[in-house]
Design a protein around this ligand. Structure first.
Ligand code: HEC
Length: 108
């Protein structure tokens, strides 16, 4: 019985591919989901529009499915002005990156 459980667990585990893992992390990292700001496929999105001293201001999250892995990783590890800092491991960052590259190809 124990052996059976182990093998079932193991089988379930391999059901989730690294792409699914990346998707899961993109939508639900430990913090605000990336898609809330960067859009469903990392295509970039307008976050807010407001007026300051009679000037229209727009805050946008950039497109992130076309950046190099190196800057992608740095942005995530250091955080940015608007973007929150995330505490993702190198593997998690790589999984998100791969997921974005894969969905980008699907769209093209
Ligand atoms: C609250 C909105 C918000 C969330 C949530 C968010 N970002 Fe960002 N992100 C931004 C903004 C805005 C920038 C542009 C830099 C700045 O002003 O902070 C940015 C910049 C980036 C960059 C740098 C792009 C470049 O051209 O160098 C990457 C990569 C990135 N985000 C990936 C992610 C990933 C992956 C997640 C989820 C783990 C995420 N972001 C979550 C708003 C967000």
């Amino acid at each position: 019985m124990f052996l059976l459980c182990v093998s079932v667990l193991y089988a379930n585990d391999s059901f989730i591919t690294s792409l699914e893992y990346g998707k899961m992390l993109y939508e639900n990292p430990r913090g605000v989901g990336c898609m809330e700001c960067h859009g469903r496929y990392g295509e970039g999105e307008r976050i807010a529009k407001y007026t300051h001293k009679k000037q229209a201001k727009i805050i946008e999250a950039p497109r992130i499915n076309n950046v190099e892995f190196k800057s992608f990783k740095i942005a995530l590890q250091e955080g940015k002005r608007v973007m929150p800092k995330y505490y993702l491991t190198a593997d998690e960052i790589a999984a998100i990156y791969e997921y974005l590259q894969a969905v980008k190809k699907e769209q093209e």
